[in-house]
Design a protein around this ligand. Structure first.
Ligand code: C2G
Length: 715
């Protein structure tokens, strides 16, 4: 039977390695050896490798003394392989269960066969395609790439069964001169030796797109200068070797020009970068096939011809002009791009308005949260400042009558560029580069229960680039407000934040101290249009990362049985329903008029806290704030296991630490409310501990303290 040598270089991938190895061990095809080449990993990864070595006797481990790079590690694997076929895998990827079997079934006399690579950002157990596909394998589905030109399109060495004899006869090896793109040096020599490459489209290989390019980058995520130099090195080596093979020359030149257009041009947006790579540019340009270049666009030719002639001055001036043209072209492709370009090239160069503060809460959705209370304090105490609020829908009635501007309008871009201060409780879009002199007060919007950013493993939300994006955005923060010691520690690690932390409690909770009296509460009830004589239950759940219509628009299905609640609690209580600001669908509660009120679009949840006697939530940070009132809190956690164990993970043990019961059904919720005093009393000790840990910085004066720290006040 045909034995497969699976070669896996390992470099600091302990987080993913187990999943990778188990996906191989689980293969329905069993005749293989696994060669793990440890390419100088740190000790934690070494330990993981040793642990895995015990799992299956088909695993062999080879230790390279120091890091040699993926090319060298794979070559080492080739030297030590004993199988009929060689198969390369990366240590952070995983296989569908029948992947090897399907390749073996179809390879017959061919020297190489390929399967399908699927990009994924998450783990095997969560990868729906992986699980679904494993169960419905159809061994007959395959076709042959008779056309070798097509085969050239895939330059990855991964997920191919390759005859070991062929590799050794032709002495085909990976280049060890580069960190990236060494695949090309291996795959091109193979392809020029073959007439056809069979392809099995349901033999699946899951290629992980790492979600953390900051702490744990994959090779392709390393810096652009290195990648450019490596690509050019490989290009030149191969070009020299295959200069007489027309197909290979065409492939290499086209590849090089595409790379130039995509990666090099972007790199050269920064004018000084030319100094870093100019010599390399000349060295590849002089190797290009001139006839092929002559067929390319005028823009490309104008840029490359000076390089061919090594005329640096000319190249620089053409590059400058073309970069400008590209900016104009970019700006003309849509309003957002046009405004962004204006922000960057015009607005940001205007003088900074030293005493102007821009406020935004929940992406412009409402007038609320920490920014609201900071603003209200400033309104009274900072008469020399100008205030601007950003809203999705301006036209709100707000004390002080500040200027209101529409989010993403031209004015918004203008003020983002010219206001010295930004105060926001969530992220500001990536496109707003921070200008010199800008002061950005990030207030954030809750004590974290759910794991955040760099403390998360898989990302299930609609944006797979979440970690990278938050990293870029949070570099711009100058101040971050922390509500308690616990959050200070988490914000440090989850955001990788190391600038000023304002440890004063939350400005948004000031009102829970200044407004916790009957007169204010009754006034608020009237404003809300709810009965003054009924007790109030507030239901404020959070959102689910995996239940969305599109990025930023999430779905919520109400799991509380309002009919039952109305029947059993309706005489004494009303219910306020408050969905998270990400929830895009509207609840239909028309049949519960007078009992249930949908206050999802109401501006400020703090006012809802004040009017309510009981809070029901789930994994939302609302309970950390509500606890300041020392009123009962119930946790309706019908999906606890899935939410905690798969979607997010928590920082605290919710079953141990929270100051109220975890409930799974409407009946339990009703029974608890009917006995609320007893239940609340049972939680006295827990409540006190909880209050001490999470609420002890809140004293009704956080806004004042924050403002005095960040803004210059007239004494
Ligand atoms: N919120 C609200 N109504 C809800 C849920 C939340 O008004 N039904 C507001 C509260 O002010 C809450 C904030 O939005 O504190 C954040 O909501 P979470 O449910 O905690 O979720 P998320 O937006 O993911 O933020 O560190 C905190 C985390 O980032 C959580």
């Amino acid at each position: 039977m045909n034995k497969v040598s699976i070669i896996i270089p390992v470099y600091n991938t302990e987080e993913f390695l187990e999943e990778c190895i188990f996906s191989v061990i689980r293969q329905s095809y069993r005749n293989f050896e696994i060669l793990l080449i440890n390419d100088g990993s740190a000790i934690s990864c070494k330990n993981k490798i040793n642990e895995l070595l015990e799992v299956d006797d088909r695993i062999k481990v080879f230790q390279l003394k120091e890091r040699k790079g993926v090319g060298a590690a794979r070559n080492y694997g080739i030297e030590n392989a004993t199988g009929d076929y060689i198969y390369f895998m990366d240590s952070d990827d995983y296989l569908g269960e029948s992947a090897l079997q399907l390749l073996i079934n179809q390879i017959s006399d061919s020297k190489m066969i390929t399967g399908k690579q699927v990009r994924t950002t998450i783990s095997h157990e969560n990868e729906e395609t992986a699980t679904a596909l494993d169960t419905e394998v159809d061994p007959d589905v395959h076709f042959y790439q008779k056309n070798i030109k097509k085969a050239f399109k895939n330059r990855s060495a991964l997920h191919r069964l390759i005859s070991r004899d062929l590799v050794n006869e032709r002495n085909i090896r990976f280049s060890e001169d580069v960190e990236c793109y060494s695949d090309l040096s291996f795959i091109l020599p193979l392809l020029v030796n073959l007439d056809e490459v069979p392809y099995v489209k349901n033999a699946f290989y899951f290629k992980r797109k790492r979600n953390d390019p900051i702490t744990n980058p994959s090779i392709i995520q390393i810096d652009a200068e290195r990648r450019i130099k490596d690509f050019i090195t490989i290009y030149k080596q191969l070009k020299e070797r295959y200069k007489d093979n027309y197909e290979a020359v065409k492939f290499l030149d086209n590849h090089m020009l595409n790379f130039y257009r995509k990666t090099i041009v972007t790199f050269l947006k920064e004018e000084n970068n030319i100094n870093l790579i100019y010599d390399q540019l000349v060295s590849f340009a002089t190797k290009l096939d001139q006839q092929l270049l002559a067929k390319k666009s005028i823009i490309l030719r104008r840029e490359l011809n000076p390089l061919v002639k090594n005329n640096r001055e000319k190249f620089e001036s053409v590059n400058r002009l073309h970069q400008r043209l590209r900016k104009v072209k970019y700006a003309l492709t849509g309003r957002t791009k046009l405004y962004t370009q204006l922000y960057r090239s015009v607005f940001i160069k205007l003088p900074l308005k030293e005493k102007t503060v821009l406020f935004e809460s929940f992406l412009g959705k409402n007038y609320s949260d920490n920014p609201k209370y900071i603003y209200e304090y400033m309104l009274k105490n900072c008469p020399d400042y100008d205030f601007i609020w950003i809203f999705k829908e301006p036209g709100k009635t707000i004390s002080g009558n500040p200027k209101q501007i529409k989010r993403f309008s031209l004015k918004y871009y203008y003020y983002m560029a010219t206001a010295k201060y930004w105060v926001s409780n969530s992220r500001v879009p990536k496109r707003f580069d921070k200008r010199e002199g800008n002061v950005y007060l990030q207030t954030w919007h809750g004590t974290p229960l759910k794991k955040l950013v760099f403390d998360m493993k898989d990302i299930h939300s609609a944006n797979p680039n979440y970690k990278r994006d938050v990293f870029i955005q949070s570099r711009r923060w100058d101040y971050l407000i922390s509500p308690n010691q616990y959050s200070t520690e988490i914000f440090g690690s989850a955001f990788k934040y190391d600038k000023t932390m304002l440890e004063f409690g939350y400005p948004r909770n000031d009102i829970l101290y200044s407004g916790n009296d009957e007169e204010t509460i009754n006034g608020l009830k009237k404003k809300l249009g709810i009965p003054v004589d009924k007790k109030v239950v507030l239901y404020a759940p959070t959102w689910r990362d995996n239940d969305f219509f599109e990025a930023g628009k999430y779905r919520f299905t109400l799991q509380l049985d309002l009919q039952k609640m109305k029947e059993q609690l309706g005489d004494e209580y009303i219910v306020l329903l408050r969905m998270h600001y990400f929830i895009a669908n509207q609840l239909d509660i028309s049949e519960f008029e007078g009992f249930a009120y949908d206050l999802s679009t109401y501006d400020d949840i703090a006012e809802l806290y004040l009017v309510s006697d009981i809070l029901i939530t789930d994994y939302s940070s609302v309970f950390f704030d509500y606890a300041n009132l020392r009123r009962p809190i119930l946790f309706y956690t019908y999906d606890l296991e899935n939410y905690r164990d798969t979607l997010r993970g928590f920082y605290i043990d919710i079953e141990e630490e929270v100051p109220g019961p975890l409930l799974k059904t409407t009946d339990e919720v009703i029974a608890t409310i009917e006995n609320i005093e007893d239940v609340h009393n049972q939680y006295t000790d827990k409540y006190n501990k909880f209050f001490e840990k999470f609420c002890s910085w809140d004293d009704g004066k956080a806004s004042e303290k924050v403002v005095k720290e960040v803004f210059e006040l007239k004494s």
